[in-house]
Write a protein that binds this ligand. Structure first.
Ligand SMILES: [Zn+2]
Length: 302
């Protein structure tokens, strides 16, 4: 996949991505909107409910051919333009995604498109274009990227926490890292003890010892040893990470929220989301194995 394909398929709103490195006048991909015309990428087709190949259509701007990059695509000497592009599903031809794309260069670039024409134009032709990167971001997407949520996880939480979980995932999609982290931390603060109780009730857990930890904790909630010690008493399927997932989750609530940048917050939120889903899916698996075996035993007896 090219950088542009990865960008179109995966990047969330306002997430900047380099699509072209070391720009030069003779090697000038993406310097005008028409250069995005007919680029293909993978995307989710709502009509077919699966990923298909999409093709970009940038409309009228795609019909011009330039000898120089027009002034309107510059902000000072930096490339900076925003344009609409429609991605059409090539499989069903019924579904389209609408992007508003913003393209910039991180250094000044020349407006000369071909070095053969350098002699024809004097201004800008002297600008050293070495090393400029072309950067793109989505300034708008319609329809909105749907928030895909694991149903098992949603069911596991209380109504209020399900809403937080949904909002947290949506913040990740919209690239609001700090917001996402805040939601996921609230979920851990509210649900971690419930998760421990669920683990206690699994057949391969040491019920007595986990209950003891829970009793100690309710007698003195400020002591956090429960999160460290639970690993000794839980089923192997929850230990396969080589780390204690409960302690990892707990640790996320103990550090200051404001010590992270937007990006660090987003990464943390994504890690918490994955860990939470891992734990909840494992708990459900352990439960369903027992249910299946109970069924078998019932059938054998009858
Ligand atoms: Zn389609």
């Amino acid at each position: 996949m090219t950088n542009l394909q990865t960008f179109l398929s995966e990047s969330v709103l306002y997430q900047k991505q380099i699509i072209f490195e070391n720009y030069s006048a003779d090697n000038n991909d993406y310097s005008t909107p028409d250069r995005f015309n007919e680029k293909t990428f993978e995307y989710y087709c709502c009509h077919e409910d699966k990923n298909t190949t999409f093709k970009l259509d940038v409309g009228e701007v795609g019909r011009y051919s330039y000898s120089r990059i027009p002034e309107e695509y510059f902000n000072g000497e930096h490339l900076d333009f925003t344009f609409n592009a429609i991605g059409k599903c090539q499989s069903c031809n019924k579904f389209s995604v609408y992007f508003l794309l913003n393209v910039t260069s991180d250094k000044p670039i020349s407006d000369i498109i071909s070095m053969h024409e350098v002699n024809l134009f004097t201004d800008r032709s002297n600008i050293d274009v070495d090393g400029a990167n072309i950067i793109i971001q989505k300034a708008g997407v319609f329809p909105e990227v749907s928030v895909k949520i694991n149903k098992q996880v949603l069911k596991f939480f209380s109504r209020e926490m399900s809403t937080f979980y949904y909002k947290g995932v949506k913040c990740i999609n919209d690239n609001y890292g700090v917001g996402a982290l805040a939601y996921f931390r609230r979920i851990i603060e509210n649900e971690l003890l419930k998760i421990i109780e669920e683990i206690r009730d699994l057949p391969d857990s040491d019920k007595t010892m986990i209950q003891k930890l829970l009793d100690e904790h309710s007698a003195n909630p400020s002591v956090s040893t429960i999160y460290t010690h639970i690993i000794e008493y839980m089923p192997n399927s929850l230990k396969i990470l080589g780390h204690n997932p409960i302690k990892l989750l707990y640790n996320q609530t103990s550090e200051g929220l404001h010590s992270y940048t937007e990006n660090e917050s987003k990464e943390r939120a994504q890690e918490i989301r994955m860990l939470l889903e891992f734990v909840i899916i494992r708990i459900n698996e352990e439960k369903s194995i027992v249910k299946d075996i109970k069924e078998i035993i019932k059938n054998l007896k009858s």
